[in-house]
Design a binder for this molecule. Sequence first.
Ligand code: HEC
Length: 258
Amino acid sequence: MAAEGQKDAKDVSFSFEGPFGKFDRGQLQRGYKVYKEVCANCHSMRLLSFRNLSEPGGPEFTEEQVKALAATFTVKDGPGEDGEMFDRPGVPADRFPSQFANEQAARASNGGAYPPDLSLITKSRAGWYGTFNQLVNGIGGPEYVYSVLTGYEDPPAELAAGAPEGKAYNPYFASGHWIGMPLAGTLADGSVKYDDKPDEYSATVDEMSKDVSAFLAWAAEPKMEERKRLGFSSLIYLAILALLLYFTKQKLWARVEH
Ligand code: HEC
């Protein structure tokens, strides 16, 4: 349910909107880097495998790149011959692992708040509400993520006194205005170095938030481009079929007296 008083998400114009929209590969690659270097410290993404990162329609890293980046994650495997679980570097077939052994451990490191798995976050949260609004503008999942990341504000005077311990004010957050995700420790200007930009370039929080939101939109629907392509070809097919049926009907009924 929409939390009472949750602010509508900020509208961002993403390349993948609309019936012909496509992901921007560069943006997905940068978004991956933001996820890996920042978000992965707290959030898992257990429905996504590393190998998905080289599949068509996504960030399209090369297979070599995917091997290398999978190896930077530590995956729990086993039990080995001694009956114990062991750690090993990730391989492309692995899912993105969680930083924490279980939910309790995740809560314990986050002041009691649980950092949800991000695999489907852009599908499971809406940026705005209203059936017609969502039909026209989409549900605004990626915009929701972007707005939460850039939505930390000073609380209004009447709420400031009742600020819960260890929480920050964020009117875009879906579960109340107080969020257990710290602003410090997540994103700050320049916190992620972009490989496709010159050395002295410092990425802003705004850019990084957009890029990681786009990356999470892809993660939640890796086959979006294929779906749109198929949808479009089916429309053309149906249009041609309709024309043929029309002419057939004209011909069949041509000699019927009125
Ligand atoms: C230091 C740990 C930490 C880091 C780093 C972090 N988060 Fe979070 N995040 C949390 C916690 C904890 C919550 C749950 C907050 C709550 O329930 O009050 C959360 C909540 C969220 C939510 C809201 C989820 C919801 O239920 O609607 C989103 C979206 C989110 N994080 C995205 C991100 C993204 C994207 C990044 C990387 C840029 C990131 N987070 C980095 C700890 C973190």
